[in-house]
Design a protein around this ligand. Sequence first.
Ligand code: GDP
Ligand code: MG
Length: 443
Amino acid sequence: AFEGLTERLQKTFTNLRKKGKVTEADLRDTMREIRLALLEADVNFKVVKQFVKTVRDQAIGSDILDGLNPAQQIVKLVNDELIKMMGTEDAPLNKSPKIPTIIMMSGLQGAGKTTTTGKLALKLKNEQKARPLLIAADVYRPAAIDQLVQVGQQIDVPVYQEGTDVNPVDIVRHGLEQAAENKNDYVFIDTAGRLQIDEKLMQELADIKALAHPDEILLVVDAMTGQNAVNTAEGFNEKLDITGVILTKLDGDTRGGAALSIRSVTGKPIKFVGQGEKMEDLDVFHPDRMASRILGMGDMLTLIEKTQKDFDQKQAAEMTQKIRENTFDFNDFVDQLNQVQNMGPIEDIMKMIPGMANNPAMQNVNVDPKDLEHTKAIVYSMTKAERENPDLLNPSRRRRIAAGSGRPVVEVNRMIKQFNQMKKMMNQMSKGNFNGMEGMLGN
Ligand code: GDP
Ligand code: MG
């Protein structure tokens, strides 16, 4: 949802970086470009105005224009300000000191409430062995109840429902009684939505809130609905005093900037993001990682985390260690490739690797699984010593490897170069060295 923004920002920073010295006029040009890029990405105009002003004031206020590497400093200011715009800190789910923790889901029709209820319940079940109960309080469409029941079956979590003829507030009361009886530790209330905010719905939600005293009132917002998403969030927050936001459909290719303004506009944290239709497609929202992703610096941390979840834990710890010690070699690389192939759509994974998200080769290209096979073939044609010590790979060895793998020498060279770049970047990122990201931002 942020490809266009990333591309524009990278172009801006590449231009800036080409100048050895950054004048105030250069800064003004850069800030204009950034303003346009954010507006183009549909970030709320008030938020953009504030953003640009803050970055400019900081750049001028400090003496970075006269200091070392001003372009890089400006990128860092933009990165920091993006993080601030999206919330700075991670915002974990509230938990009640005594069970059950009550989570009320709210939002417009089609935003993803029912789906996200299932995703979040599954996450809690997997991560905390939670025993949630889902309450079907959307009584306006019979299909809505069936849908929640199906979701419940899919993730093996019970659903409390009384059909469509009972007042939703009563359903919630009865559902909470049942949860108390069954000692459920989490209760999700899946409420009704409308196409637009209306008084009657808001009153109903306020009544449910007054009865249930939820620990969380999560607003589910479709990130693809642009400024409407911001207005919806303002409206719901005014009436319900929500505790957090879940952005859904960030996997879509519509501009997602509006949704990122929600934090600034409402002051309420984004807690999770939905990135697909499957029950597993819900991720904790990390403002800093999202900023890196927007700036095209990849999302290594999410990748590493995904790695740790899907991979063998021990192996994942070893990999992290190797990255830190800079001893990551071709054997590890090929292990990674094998694991990656088991992890799902390659293009999703690749986009998390620094420099890949905005690599022109990644634009609208489906990664051909054959490419991975070719890469593996190249590694398999190396000797044990070569895999462990890539510095050995001189031209004659490269020619031999090309012949052995049946791939052209240019491809072998390219692969080795990419490997070395990746290794360097991973090592620097693991040390939290921002300057190490320089190479990733365009050029
Ligand atoms: P509700 O009316 O708010 O309960 O919305 P639903 O949960 O019924 O979701 C509406 C549609 O959006 C369904 O087709 C979901 O599969 C889809 N959906 C929900 N979250 C996501 C998401 O993160 N990504 C994608 N691609 N689709 C989603
Ligand atoms: Mg629903």
